[in-house]
Write a protein that binds this ligand. Structure first.
Ligand SMILES: C[S@@+](CC[C@H](N)C(=O)[O-])C[C@H]1O[C@@H](n2cnc3c(N)ncnc32)[C@H](O)[C@@H]1O
Length: 256
């Protein structure tokens, strides 16, 4: 399973500051995955509660196990699609998400649902990738894997991970969903893919974009693509591991 906690260790520092969680807060973590941010929130909301929601049963089970190991008590998890699950109205002070909101197939429905579960003075704080062309990890891996025939296609299709990459698109979406004046903090931090090239190769091979690209190649193209990908990882190896540049937004918006 991909370890976002290691990959995103620098992003978390910026996020914790932006969340500004108070002891009494009731927090919902949307697309909580295995729950690192959910547990962090619960440790700060000592007199409050945290709900983690994720549509993946596997992620939720792992989140529950890690939370029980960590002995954090004020958390509940629900396995549900944030676009469909009826969250309680006006329950939460804060909705947080670390890279969990870009994959909605009906973003407006999901953001209206999130807006409605916030109390009147509630906030949304989410981290999303900026556009693909600003993310070295995406463009360089894509270039390494692209065969000549697939280059044109890859330039024109935007993977879901970058669906909230443009600030003006996010602003319009949040305005329409009932949020006020969103702000965008530009976070430039490297992502960590493993201590060495083998670990990094295993890590990026789990990306759906990488899996799909490799699956679409014949055996000769696949062998070349894998060689190019390994070469790329070698070029990104530093003394403390394999790192790529990235750019993300921390988007903060208040309920109207
Ligand atoms: C990139 S992972 C991030 C996980 C977690 N926030 C973290 O930082 O470790 C995105 C997560 O969003 C979840 N997700 C995507 N769409 C969702 C939806 N519509 N409802 C609930 N969860 C969703 C996925 O299952 C996945 O666990």
């Amino acid at each position: 399973m991909i370890d976002y906690d290691l990959e995103l260790r620098h992003h978390n520092d910026a996020l914790r500051i932006a969340y500004a969680i108070r002891a009494s807060d009731r927090v919902v973590d949307v697309g909580c995955g295995t729950g690192q941010t959910t547990r962090d929130a619960a440790r700060l909301a000592t007199a409050g509660t945290v709900l983690g929601i994720d549509r993946s049963q596997e992620m939720i089970e792992r989140a529950r196990a890690l939370t029980s190991q960590a002995g954090v008590g004020n958390i509940e998890y629900v396995c549900a699609n944030a676009e469909e699950h009826e969250l309680p109205r006006e329950r939460f002070d804060l909705a947080i998400s670390r890279f969990g909101t870009m994959f909605f197939s009906r973003p407006m429905t999901a953001f209206v649902n999130i807006r409605n579960t916030l109390r009147p003075d509630g906030r949304l704080v989410m981290m999303v990738w900026q556009s693909r062309d600003r993310n070295e990890w995406a463009t360089s891996i894509e270039r390494a894997l692209a065969s000549d025939e697939s280059k044109a296609e890859s330039a024109s299709t935007v993977p879901p991970a970058f669906s909230l990459g443009e600030a003006d698109v996010v602003k319009r979406l949040l305005d329409s969903a009932g949020f006020l004046s969103p702000t965008f903090e530009d976070v430039r931090a490297p992502v960590f893919y493993g201590l060495d090239v083998d670990a990094a190769f295993e890590f990026v091979s789990e990306f759906s974009t990488v899996r799909d690209r490799i699956a679409g190649l014949d055996s000769r193209q696949r062998a070349h693509a894998v060689d190019r990908l390994r070469d790329l990882l070698v070029r990104h190896q530093r003394a403390d591991g394999v790192w790529f540049d990235s750019r993300a937004w921390i988007v903060t918006a208040h309920r109207d």
